[in-house]
Write a protein that binds this ligand. Structure first.
Ligand code: GRG
Length: 293
């Protein structure tokens, strides 16, 4: 990982962690148990790729990253809810997430479901609270996040139906463009909306998000084979054991790596309308396809 991306990710992780912690503390919640269940997963680290993409998109459009604080928290809240629910017994039934026992293992299944539910509400509340952003852009961000989060759930439905079935590459792509790609694309658009981006900039961010969102999933499938559980912080080989189709099962390991490379190139091409202000996005794209966990 280059120094540039390492420093930027470290900055995003710290900033996002502090802001999430502050926003959660400010929340007037009558149940301490629910607050603890939310904090357990939300403040448990994670790479914070989606907040980093929000921040970098804001910078690419010429504004200070800090302008996107609330939008970055909103997208991370939706992501965190999806992980909690994805780990539930009725879904992937996982024991380990972000290097810790999954939410339902610690707080019980009912509280884990409610923690995910609450995170969804918090995400939309935090968008509304964003300071210094015109109301029209907040409404656009709400519509965009609602759509991205809904597509993610539809992608999850396709994923559940995919177990023990054969999928073509085109079908696999539709599933992952929704399950993983939609929220990554949404992160790019939220970054642009926080900065008051022009239409052509929003279009370029969307194209970048589309390509890098899929590349993220292709890399995830490669890591599911090549990395170990301790490094991943979640069960390695999970897709294989659930007999789910993946880019590696369809294209082979080398084919999946070539596919990730091609998507990385598409992502960089999409940024042609930006000058060096988008360099952080370019570094993040490289990180996404070269990361080790
Ligand atoms: C509504 C019941 C109900 C469930 C929703 C939508 C959903 C459950 C799950 C889909 C979300 C999902 C798990 C997508 C996979 C994307 C993915 C590769 C997640 C891991 O993201 P990382 O690697 O994780 O960024 P960290 O921990 O680093 O944030």
């Amino acid at each position: 990982m280059s120094d540039e991306v390492q420093n930027f990710l470290a900055w995003c992780q710290e900033r996002n962690q502090n802001k999430l912690s502050q926003l959660l503390q400010e929340q007037d919640l009558p149940s301490q148990h629910l607050r603890d269940a939310v904090a357990y997963s939300l403040l448990a680290g994670g790479k914070r790729v989606r907040p980093a993409l929000v921040y970098a998109a804001t910078q690419a459009c010429g504004e200070a990253a800090s302008k996107a604080d609330y939008f970055a928290c909103a997208v991370e809240a939706i992501h965190c809810y999806s992980l909690i629910h994805d780990d539930l017994p009725a879904m992937d039934d996982d024991d380990l997430r972000r290097g810790k026992p999954t939410n339902h293992k610690v707080h019980g299944e009912a509280m884990a479901i409610l923690a995910g539910d609450l995170l969804q509400s918090l995400a939309f509340e935090w968008l509304c609270l964003a300071p210094d952003i015109p109301p029209a852009n907040i409404v656009a961000a709400q519509s965009c996040l609602a759509r991205g989060a809904g597509l993610m759930v539809a992608g999850q439905a396709l994923d559940i139906d995919a177990a023990n079935t054969h999928k073509t590459l085109a079908e696999l792509e539709i599933m992952h463009r929704n399950k993983t790609g939609a929220l990554i694309e949404t992160s790019m658009l939220l970054g642009g909306l926080a900065a008051g981006a022009e239409k052509d900039q929003l279009e370029a961010l969307k194209c970048f998000g589309n390509a890098i969102g899929l590349a993220f999933q292709v890399k995830d499938d490669i890591l599911d084979i090549e990395a170990d559980t301790a490094t991943l912080g979640k069960q390695q080989g999970a897709d294989l054991s659930q007999n789910k189709p993946t880019y590696v099962s369809l294209l082979g390991l080398d084919g999946a790596k070539q596919h990730a490379k091609a998507l990385h190139k598409d992502a960089l091409n999409a940024l042609a309308v930006f000058d060096e202000s988008a360099n952080t996005l370019r570094y993040l794209a490289e990180y996404i396809v070269k990361r080790h966990y």
